[in-house]
Design a protein around this ligand. Structure first.
Ligand SMILES: [Zn+2]
Length: 141
């Protein structure tokens, strides 16, 4: 990544430090606590979802608010410097995400997205739980 702004560099460093991110670890822990088995980053699935519960045909994406441009979220703001570069790059991420979700749903997968800014909220476990229970219910039909 040549010639990015210092703000851009900071973002990149943040995202590198954040590999196997805290939010991902937290969501995995919740899935385990709810009693479901999962696999990580399953190859061959569109978008390589962060968490895949094959038995339920359900996947969960844990999205960083900046890289995946969480709307209405302060963290998602595009840097002012090198704005063109960032807009292009981030727009590509958004398009890729949308395409992956579309493709997964077309293949019959249930898709949930959890944003990093939501992970620590009290209701995230309940949301996750209803998503997985619904997926389980649909599997039995
Ligand atoms: Zn957010």
């Amino acid at each position: 990544v040549a010639d990015v702004s210092s703000e851009g560099r900071r973002r990149i460093m943040q995202s590198i430090r954040a590999k196997d991110t805290q939010p991902e670890l937290a969501v995995r822990r919740l899935v385990r606590e709810l009693g479901f088995h999962y696999r990580l980053h399953r190859k061959g699935l569109p978008g390589r979802p962060d968490i895949c519960i094959a038995r339920l045909k359900a996947v969960v994406f844990v999205h960083g608010c900046f890289w995946h441009q969480h709307a209405h979220c302060g963290t998602g703001k595009v840097p002012q410097s090198n704005r063109g570069y960032w807009l292009k790059k981030l727009r590509r991420n958004i398009e890729r995400d949308a395409e992956a979700r579309r493709e997964l749903r077309r293949l019959g997968w249930k898709v949930m997205t959890i944003w990093e800014c939501q992970v620590d909220r009290a209701n995230v476990k309940r949301r996750l739980s209803s998503f997985l229970l619904e997926a389980e219910f649909l599997r039995k039909l």
